[in-house]
Ligand binder design. Structure first.
Ligand code: FMN
Length: 171
């Protein structure tokens, strides 16, 4: 079996990370995986913002999500990559989804863990939308689409099961 199928079969969402920082070259590789993703009509109107876990904006988002939360919505992963995109292009959400999955699979291939994060959508698109867009360096006209936290996994789990018969039609 090719390495690619091993990556597919081994990947899962990681929700526990070691304190070990993510080296910059690996971080760049993750972002490059996002940049290599296909985009509709090759628009490439996505922006990737890499934020370290100790950046104050992380604490602000955590607090706006739930000031009483006992656990980190970022699972204390050393970096979170925010993907923003052109809000007036009809394929932006799909493009961002493809890019974030590229990053997720690249993390697995690099021996890292990652988890896609949609939970901050309402906070980043809510009343502080412009403030967060500025703090996260989103280009003009771009809005948050999805994020992904990554680092060295401290715990992994079984991949989810699936039901081929129920979810697939083959004529
Ligand atoms: C669009 C999207 C948003 C997600 N948002 C979150 C999130 O905010 N927090 C989280 O812990 N996991 C999030 N996940 C991860 C899913 O919960 C996870 O993929 C699912 O439970 C299946 O587990 P697996 O990836 O380990 O197979 C998200 C996944 C997707 C595709």
């Amino acid at each position: 079996m090719s390495d690619f199928f091993k990556v597919l079969e081994n990947r899962n969402s990681v929700r526990k990370y070691s304190d070990r920082p993510l080296p910059e070259d690996l971080c760049r590789k993750l972002v490059e995986a996002g940049l290599r993703a296909p985009t509709a009509v090759n628009k490439q109107e996505l922006h990737f913002t890499v934020v370290k876990n100790d950046d104050p904006v992380q604490a602000e988002i955590q607090n706006d999500l739930n000031p009483d939360a006992q656990t980190s919505f970022f699972y204390n992963a050393p970096v979170t990559i925010y993907i923003s995109g052109n809000e007036s292009f009809k394929w932006t959400a799909v493009d961002a989804g493809i890019a974030v999955e590229n990053i997720h699979l690249a993390a697995e291939a690099l021996g890292l863990g990652s988890v896609i994060l949609g939970c901050m959508k309402d906070v980043l698109n809510g009343e502080k939308k412009e403030e967060y867009a500025r703090k996260l360096d989103f280009p003009e006209g771009y809005g948050y689409q999805i994020a992904i936290a990554a680092g060295y996994a401290e715990a992994t789990k079984e991949q989810h099961s699936f039901d081929f018969e129920k979810n697939v039609t083959m004529f």
